[in-house]
Design a protein. Structure first.
Length: 114
């Protein structure tokens, strides 16, 4: 994540082969929506200069890419889901002119950036 901040213009976030977020760098780092991105930020090494207190550890282990559960690919890694997450794969949808994401919980979550 540290290098991406300086070399990328747009960032695509994928998880087990699925695109879960796509945005301009500054928009994505200011407001990361999927829990997996917040968790990746949490994994940044301590000596990177980023604060660790607001970071979220991942829940459980990655699902088997050959045997994914129905619904959202992130549901087994999140600390919060709802029934819709377990039944329907969220479509990639535009949340601003420069930011698209695939999450049923976007409006319900308050994830701060880095």
């Amino acid at each position: 994540m540290v290098v991406i901040r300086y070399v990328a213009v747009r960032i695509a976030v994928m998880y087990v082969g699925e695109l879960v977020e796509y945005a301009e760098r500054n928009e994505l780092l200011r407001r990361p929506t999927p829990h997996i991105l917040k968790s990746c930020i949490w994994l940044t090494p301590k000596n990177s200069g980023h604060r660790r207190q607001n970071r979220i550890p991942l829940k459980s282990s990655s699902p088997d890419p050959g045997n994914l559960p129905p619904g959202c690919v992130l549901q087994t890694r999140r600390h919060y889901t709802k029934e819709q997450c377990q039944q329907e794969e969220p479509p990639l949808r535009e949340i601003s002119a420069s930011h698209s994401e695939a999450c049923h919980l976007t409006e319900e979550l308050n994830l701060s950036g880095i």
